[in-house]
Design a protein around this ligand. Structure first.
Ligand code: SF4
Length: 313
């Protein structure tokens, strides 16, 4: 198939998603497929890696290489894949419990390295797969319908944590805006360095507080949407001179302040972006013959592994 003809359905597979009706995961899945098609990326040149949780099923539903890994471990797997084959476009996905709970150490240290891949977190405030326990992003005093009492711990600020950890592209998206999210994902993938997108994702089954109606402001007298696009208010997240420490600090401070805006107004879009050398730039990885480039090379179209896997049945 000619690359120029790629469309969103080309990244579909026969497996049907088994997420609950109305789940925000569908919007993120469609946005990822749309971004890949818009970027004219060939399926065999893309790898999608996940951890555990409802979002962990995402690689099953995208027609690229995929790897459903361990709880909280999507980032170390993505790191290994990218180091083995820098020519691959690598996208790691996971939930807020997966990424900011058990995977929190990997989240921080991935930011320090700045490998060239993208991490998308499906943030719904609960552990959906295990019946709605409070996740690390549910704030103190908040109580969803599956909790017997309100949360007694503060929620973390993923955007603030990403900025202070060193991520070079930090953004927030909204799952029910697939077109805007597809553009955000494409921008993140094009960015050279580790891109992070925290996606606000309604879980209609277990989170009855941060619902679509709530994000859209339908519960308010003035009916004003809570989510708004930063770019429409002239927000400029880009560091122009990466050698200027004062500019970096100033942009980080502004982004950090914006990341705490929550409640009546919730900003979405890119909050911070800077061009910096990647982790790969500092390595001298070579093939066995001494030449530079991918240590591993993917097959096009997909490699059929069934004969190999059959030996382990
Ligand atoms: Fe989606 Fe929530 Fe259902 Fe999981 S439990 S599939 S996050 S609606």
């Amino acid at each position: 198939m000619a690359v120029a003809e790629l469309k969103r359905p080309d990244f579909k597979v026969d497996t049907r998603p088994d997420w609950c009706p109305g789940c925000g995961d569908f919007g993120i899945l469609n946005a990822i497929r749309q971004a890949l098609a818009n970027m004219r990326l060939e399926p065999h040149n893309v790898a999608v890696v996940s951890g555990i949780g409802c979002s962990g099923k995402t690689p099953h539903y995208i027609g690229t290489y995929g790897f459903h890994t361990l709880h909280g471990r999507a980032l170390p797997f993505a790191t290994g894949i990218k180091l083995a084959n820098r020519e691959l476009t690598v996208i790691a996905v996971g939930g807020d419990g997966d990424g900011y709970g058990i995977g929190a150490g990997y989240f921080v240290n991935t930011g320090r390295r700045n490998l060239d891949f993208t991490y998308i977190v499906f943030n719904n405030g609960v552990y959906g797969l295990t019946k709605g326990q409070a996740s690390p992003t549910l704030g103190r005093g908040e109580q969803t319908k599956s909790m017997s009492e309100a949360a007694i711990q503060d929620g973390i600020n993923p955007i603030g944590l990403a900025i202070s950890s060193g991520y070079t592209f930090v953004a927030r998206g909204y799952a029910m805006d697939p077109r805007g999210l597809a553009k955000l994902i494409a921008d993140a993938v094009r960015h050279r360095g580790t891109s992070f997108i925290d996606v606000l994702q309604p879980c209609p089954v277990y989170n009855d507080k941060q619902t679509v109606e709530w994000y859209m402001g339908r519960d308010r007298e003035d009916k004003q949407r809570r989510v708004y696009q930063l770019i429409e208010e002239g927000f400029d997240p880009v560091v122009r001179d990466p050698s200027n420490v004062d500019e970096i600090v100033q942009k980080k401070q502004i982004a950090l302040a914006k990341s705490y805006e929550w409640g009546d107004r919730i900003p979405i879009g890119v909050l911070f972006q800077i061009d910096m050398p990647t982790f790969e730039d500092g390595l001298d990885l070579r093939r066995p013959d001494g030449s530079k480039g991918a240590i591993m090379k993917q097959a096009a179209p997909y490699q059929d592994f069934s004969s190999v896997l059959g030996r382990f049945r």
